[in-house]
Structure formats: structure tokens, C-alpha cells
Design a protein around this ligand. Structure first.
Ligand code: HEC
Length: 120
């Protein structure tokens, strides 16, 4: 379980980073300031805890930045529908897709975390 979580978290991070690398948007060009949030957890705590931290951070981002439109019963796709998109698609939507505007002020970590929360 923990090994799988590590791989999942790691691949999410890579996906988020590669998504950034291939986009021309400027807001994701500096992932460095956000890195400390995830970095210290990795060596000290099991991956499951890093994942829990990502989910918690993602939940907070979702509540403040997404829920207004994406809560249950609202016009935009529900959280359950968003889950169906999968982590990579959610990050992609926020980076180069339909949610680009909503994602424009989020860091790569924010996007990854909110996607982790939605797909947990
Ligand atoms: C202002 C309202 C609004 C906010 C805020 C918002 N969304 Fe959306 N979102 C929508 C609407 C409306 C759609 C459906 C768009 C469509 O299908 O044309 C959508 C679609 C999506 C999709 C599917 C994209 C696709 O390719 O079909 C994802 C994923 C998504 N939103 C994630 C998020 C996340 C994560 C956040 C918070 C960071 C967020 N949205 C914030 C209104 C919003």
C-alpha cells in the first residue's frame, strides 16, 4: 500500500511538473516556493502521510477555489464527476484546458493537490 502510494504521489508530481514543462503559461514556471510544503514530509514521514497532507491541502483549495461552482447540485460537474476525469486530466484542465483561468493562480502543487483530493 505504502509503496503504491509513493509511486502514485511521485508520478503525480512528475505529471504536474511535466505538465508545467510543456505549457507556455508563466504562473507555473516557479514551482520552487511551493516545494517546501511537500518536500519535508517525504523523508520524515511515510508516503501515506504525504498523501494525506496533499489531500488536506487539496480539500482546502477545492473549498475556496472550486466548490462555488463544483459543489453537489451546482451547474458545473460535481465532485464525483470530476473524480471520473482522473488526476492527470484535472491537472491538465487547470493548466491548459477548460479550467485554465481558474487554475491560473494555482501553483503546480496546488493543482496536483486538488486533483489528489478529488480522486482520493
Ligand atoms: C466559475 C465557476 C467554476 C470554478 C470556480 C471552477 N470551475 Fe471547473 N468547471 C466549471 C464549468 C462550468 C465546467 C464545465 C465546462 C465545460 O464542460 O464546458 C467546469 C469543468 C471542469 C473540469 C472538466 C474539464 C473538461 O475538460 O471537461 C474540471 C476537471 C474542473 N472543472 C476542475 C475544476 C477545479 C479543480 C476547480 C478549482 C481549482 C474549478 N474547476 C473551478 C466551472 C468552474
Amino acid at each position: 500500500m505504502i509503496k503504491i502510494s509513493t509511486a502514485v504521489v511521485a508520478s503525480f508530481a512528475l505529471l504536474a511538473l511535466s505538465a508545467c514543462a510543456t505549457t507556455t503559461s508563466t504562473e507555473t514556471a516557479t514551482p520552487a516556493p511551493a516545494a517546501p510544503a511537500a518536500a519535508p514530509a517525504a523523508p520524515a514521514a511515510p508516503a501515506a502521510m504525504a498523501n494525506a497532507a496533499a489531500i488536506e491541502a487539496g480539500q482546502s483549495t477545492f473549498q475556496t477555489r472550486c466548490a462555488g461552482c463544483h459543489r453537489e447540485g451546482a451547474s458545473a460537474p460535481s465532485p464525483a464527476a470530476l473524480k471520473g476525469f482522473g488526476h492527470a486530466k484535472i491537472v491538465e484542465a487547470l493548466t491548459t484546458g477548460k479550467m485554465m483561468r481558474q487554475g491560473s493562480s494555482l501553483t503546480a502543487d496546488d493543482k496536483s493537490n486538488v486533483a489528489t483530493f478529488l480522486t482520493k
